[in-house]
Write a protein that binds this ligand. Structure first.
Ligand code: 4NP
Length: 168
């Protein structure tokens, strides 16, 4: 638990992509692993959503699940659509590309909500030349591997950012 102005607080992260079956469930699963590695599982909570409802209720894409499994991750969240109340329920809303960014921002109703929205690549460290997480859905295996490389790097960067911001 983090203490903000003397009060106990959970830090809640929501990862968002288009379908919520490839990039954002992978980000959720990788971040959960990083959070565990630092022993922060009681403080930092993770979830994911899509800007579309196309795959509502589905498990992550089979290709993303098997590429993840080869690196030791289990991606088993169920797809859901991003909703306005997510702005109240999460501290960081982290999107994968510019289309997600504009879709999510268009639902914000205050500066406070807009300020919660970040691009995942803001947190990249080694892969700092990439300005978005590319959609792997219509591509081949190398696209899924690249997504995992970028997400592993950015999740570590995100964890460091949160540690600093909340003095964890
Ligand atoms: P995601 O990938 O946004 O990373 O989950 C996609 C998944 C499904 C589709 C597009 C992108 N689709 O067109 O159904």
């Amino acid at each position: 638990m983090a203490f903000i102005e003397g009060k106990k607080k959970e830090i809640r992260l929501l990862f968002v992509c288009l379908g919520n079956i490839c990039r954002s469930p992978a980000a959720e699963g990788i971040m959960a692993t990083v959070v565990d590695k630092y022993g922060l599982q009681d403080t930092i909570k993770v979830d994911s959503a899509g800007t579309s409802a196309w795959h509502e209720g589905e498990l992550p894409d089979e290709r993303m699940r098997s590429h993840g499994e080869r690196r030791g991750y289990i991606f088993n969240s169920r797809a859901r659509k991003f909703k306005r109340s997510d702005f109240d329920d999460f501290d960081y809303i982290i999107v994968m590309d510019r289309q997600n960014l504009s879709n999510v921002r268009s639902l914000a109703t205050s500066k406070e909500q807009t300020d919660k929205v970040h691009m995942m690549t803001e947190f990249s460290r080694q892969y700092s030349l990439h300005d978005h997480i590319p959609d792997p859905y219509y591509g081949g295996a190398s696209g899924f591997e690249l997504v995992l490389d970028l997400l592993e790097d950015a999740c570590e960067g995100l964890l460091q950012t949160i540690k600093k911001e909340y003095s964890l």
